[in-house]
Design a protein around this ligand. Structure first.
Ligand code: PHE
Length: 344
């Protein structure tokens, strides 16, 4: 019996030392320590050992088992190390690395940066005001009488909180014009503000998303007139859309400007002649006007001393109007679909 154990130990140890890779080492391990392994079977024979020799047999058996296990462990360490060295030797340090995929800014962010840069050249300072706003800033201070139906045109989301006794209900700001009063509260004329922010309205179809962006210009100084507004609009049309584009203003109505206008830009395809895309040569861009005296008063500015103009347009809208841009469904902009976003 004892000789059998010693024999098993010797063959096992020499096989272990001879194994050249982890797979054959694993095989040897099974061959001896597995359920039907040689050592396992030999140990089962303990029942055949005379009772008074069993203790000694047990001790020897344990020693053999331990010796085999230790040998396997140390051989396994040796082989793993060898494998690692081989892998390292295979690394060619002169091989150019794999570049990590680079993302880019969302196309609306790109448009915001471009618009900011265009207006920065003529002295407009980019600002940001709250998206969750009081009715006062979004409507009342902008010359909307309480409960005036014109409020409905902005399809506003109201926040379900108790109203402020002075500033009224809280709303998700439906236009960047709320920044006009905030700006007047913060700075004294001359003011040249560009407020770009998210706006929210209850609307969702191929040309509307419930969240969109507007950029709002506000200029207040002495002797500001419509000619300054028109010059600024033409400057923007040429800088953003291209040197051949011009703007026009049409009479319109807003509570917070007087007179009020809608601004059009010549179509990029026919340059104003009229074509299938635009019909009459002009594309509608958004609203503008001379700041209403009541708005100046609400902002703490004396309308006898100062006058100003304001305009507010959709970022997504001007982006789509830019030459070569045709997005069939505006909601795609916010669908986070990389197949779409990667194109820009
Ligand atoms: N706030 C208006 C809108 O959202 C646009 C506008 C801004 C009009 C400034 C006049 C002056 O439609």
């Amino acid at each position: 019996m004892d000789e059998e154990l010693i024999g098993i130990k010797n063959t096992a140890l020499s096989l272990i030392l001879e194994s050249e890779d982890l797979e054959s080492l694993e095989e040897t391990k099974l061959q001896f320590l597995g359920r039907n392994g040689k050592l396992t079977l030999a140990l089962k024979k303990i029942t055949e050992v005379p009772v008074d020799e069993r203790k000694e047999f047990g001790i020897l058996a344990n020693e053999v088992k331990q010796a085999i296990e230790e040998a396997i462990q140390s051989q396994s360490n040796k082989l793993s190390k060898r494998k690692l060295t081989r892998v390292i030797e295979k690394i060619d340090v002169t091989n150019p690395g794999i570049k990590p995929a680079l993302g880019h800014l969302h196309l609306v962010t790109q448009a915001i940066e471009e618009i900011t840069a265009v207006f920065a050249k003529i002295g407009f300072e980019r600002v940001r005001y709250p998206e969750i706003e009081w009715d006062w800033y979004a409507f009342t201070a902008l010359n909307f009488p309480q409960n005036h139906p014109a409020r409905d045109e902005w399809e506003t989301f109201f926040i379900d909180t108790p109203p402020d006794p002075e500033k009224g209900k809280m709303v998700l700001t439906p236009h960047t014009s709320s920044g006009q009063i905030r700006e007047m509260e913060k700075s004294k004329p001359p003011i040249r503000m560009l407020n770009i922010a998210k706006c929210y309205r209850r609307q969702s179809d191929i040309s509307h998303t419930p969240m969109f962006h507007q950029f709002e210009g506000l200029v207040i100084d002495q002797n500001i007139s419509i000619t300054h507004l028109k010059g600024t609009l033409d400057y923007f049309a040429k800088s953003y859309f291209g040197p051949k584009r011009i703007s026009r203003i049409r009479p319109y109505h807003f509570q917070f400007t007087e007179p009020s206008f809608e601004v059009d830009v010549t179509c990029g395809v026919c340059l104003g002649k009229g074509c299938k895309l635009c019909k009459d040569g002009w594309l509608e861009m958004g609203g503008a006007g001379m700041v209403h005296p009541n708005v100046l008063i609400a902002g703490g500015i004396d309308p006898k001393q100062y006058s100003g103009f304001a305009f507010g347009w959709g970022v997504e809208r001007v982006l789509m109007m830019k030459e070569g841009m045709q997005i069939d469904d505006l909601r795609l902009l916010y669908s986070n679909d990389l197949r779409f976003l990667k194109q820009f």
